[in-house]
Design a protein around this ligand. Structure first.
Ligand SMILES: *[C@@H]1O[C@H](CO)[C@@H](O)[C@H](O)[C@H]1NC(C)=O
Length: 526
């Protein structure tokens, strides 16, 4: 009997340890330069939680184009890399005394396309997706954007009240996509994280009948003006969404006023939109939306309204218009930014200027996605490394310029990079293949991992001297974690390896080799 109990105990311990033990990527190559990691009902790669280690021990996690996926190795302060020419090292000093912005979070988005595609997987695979994103055996997402009714990533255009001229909003109701997909999935995400997720609501279009052009898409704005019954009705329409989700047990952390508001001025714009300029958003928030949300229990003490929710080149003008108005900033907490026009969106130092002028307003990246531009029949680009480099580069540059977090777009998409009711198909960090009972962790998943896993909310960026920022080639940032650990993140998009000699006044210096086309996240403790 004793032997039996001992055996059971050993087996139980073995399995308990197994569940806390990282499992490697099951790599598969499609026709691109890097690999994806395959998850099935029997297998999916996992990570260990980040825990405190001995002072001066550095855990180096590395992913690269050649196929590493968060492979971990240990080095120590005071080490040597024999045979490397001393002139090859880039010397960087970490200065924990100079702190910059705090991290709000990293995450993804509950679009209809994601919710419906995820729903086509078995329950087991759906859980594996949620664990991969939200749990501590995954990448520990802490925030997520939720679409208020439909976007282009839906399989139909709709709003929550498509009864023409229903100004009393009597026909307002949630739809199947919310009730049977988004709401249960958001609960599962919170279960996997084990604590509340910061949910952010964003609307693409009001009901067509509330708009000057009478359509969900194309150019059009809200009928009426700030202070009018029409604008107040739209504010109530939006509030009903947050009330309905609250009744379903889901509290939101905040909202953006309108997704990509400047697209609503384009007469030919193909999908759901509504035009606002900076003055209109400022006035809508201070006179209509802000007070109406507050009356419903979504006041500025606990609910974060963000403006813009559009590309970086617009950021400075919008910040100046909205944040200079004290009645608006009673409700507005931050600026939401998107990354599109990647490469031509202009320098990131607009964010430094905005932060210097309006230090009480945060800047949060609320949307980004990409796709294989070379083949319209292969938008998903499974294993195409540049898709990951675009993410990692933008995230790190944002963080080096006061941005407080980064939100990916579709959580999952199908093998066509859809569904999308206007054919604007894209890639995503996880692509689902329900026919084969598999899903694929695409390269962008690991780009997100290198930040989200290592920078929990309330981590702070700290100074490095000199700053390392060879735009688009090689970038380095350092951060202090809430557990006292230090995280160093490096993005190398060069064809050659790099060598770093990082000095920390508390520990001396450590030498690390960084692979070509790689992401590095290091964690160490004092
Ligand atoms: C987009 O994806 C959907 C499936 O989700 C597919 O039916 C459609 O053909 C795709 N469209 C394009 C333009 O790739």
């Amino acid at each position: 009997m004793k032997a039996f109990i001992l055996t059971v105990a050993i087996i139980a311990t073995y399995f308990a340890n197994q569940s806390q033990s990282a499992t490697p990527c099951e790599a598969r190559r499609f026709n691109h330069d890097s690999v994806v990691c395959v998850c099935t009902e029997n297998y999916c790669d996992t990570l260990d939680p980040i825990t405190r280690t001995d002072a001066g021990l550095v855990k180096v996690y590395e992913s690269d184009r050649a196929g590493k996926r968060l492979e971990v190795r240990e080095v120590r302060f005071g080490n040597d890399l024999p045979g490397v020419d001393p002139g090859r090292f880039k010397n960087v000093r970490v200065n924990r005394d100079r702190k910059f912005q705090e991290i709000i979070g990293f995450g993804t988005s509950f679009t209809d396309a994601s919710a419906l595609s995820l729903g086509r997987l078995s329950a087991d695979l759906q859980t594996k997706v949620m664990k991969s994103y939200y749990s501590n055996e995954g990448i520990e997402y802490s925030l997520s954007r939720v679409v208020i009714s439909g976007s282009d990533f839906s399989n139909r255009p709709y709003s929550y009240d498509d009864t023409p001229n229903d100004w009393s909003l009597n026909s307002w109701r949630l739809v199947d996509e919310d009730i049977n997909f988004k709401i249960p999935q958001m609960h599962e995400a919170q279960r996997q994280r084990g604590s509340p997720i910061k949910f952010i609501g964003s609307s693409w279009s009001p009901p067509a009948w509330m708009k000057t052009n009478g359509e969900i898409n194309h150019g059009g704005t809200l009928i009426g003006n700030t202070g009018s019954d029409e604008w107040k009705t739209y504010a109530r329409y939006l509030r009903k969404f947050f009330e309905a989700y609250r009744e379903n047990g889901l509290d939101f952390w905040g909202m953006t006023v309108q997704n990509e508001p400047m697209t609503g001025w384009d007469p030919w714009f193909p999908w759901n939109t509504c035009g606002f300029n900076a003055e209109m958003e400022r006035d809508f928030v201070k006179n209509d939306l802000g007070p109406i949300m507050e009356e419903g229990g979504f006041g500025p003490d606990r609910f974060n309204i963000m403006v813009l929710d559009h590309n970086r080149p617009l950021a400075e003008d919008w910040a100046n218009v909205v944040f200079s108005d004290n009645d608006a900033t009673k409700y507005v907490k931050g600026l939401a930014v998107h990354w599109y026009f990647y490469g031509t969106a202009g320098p990131y130092d607009v964010y430094d200027r905005i932060h210097d002028k309006f230090p009480n307003q945060f800047i949060l990246a609320t949307e980004a996605c990409n796709r294989n531009e070379d083949d319209e029949n292969d938008r998903k680009g499974l294993g195409k490394w540049v898709l990951a480099e675009d993410y990692a580069h933008d995230i790190l540059l944002d963080l080096l310029h006061y941005v407080t977090g980064w939100t990916d777009w579709n959580m999952v998409l199908d093998m066509n990079g859809g569904p999308n009711w206007v054919g604007n198909n894209h890639s995503a960090p996880i692509i689902v293949n329900p026919d084969e009972r598999e899903f694929y962790k695409n390269v962008q998943y690991y780009a997100m991992a290198h930040f989200s896993k290592f920078l929990p909310p309330t981590s702070s960026r700290i100074e490095t001297v000199p700053g390392v920022e060879e735009e688009g080639l090689l970038e380095l940032g350092a951060f202090e974690r809430p557990d006292g650990g230090t995280a160093v993140i490096i993005v190398n998009t060069k064809d050659n390896e790099e060598y770093f000699n990082v000095e920390d006044p508390a520990l001396g210096s450590v030498k690390v080799k960084v692979e070509p086309h790689s992401f590095n996240s290091w964690v160490y403790y004092r």
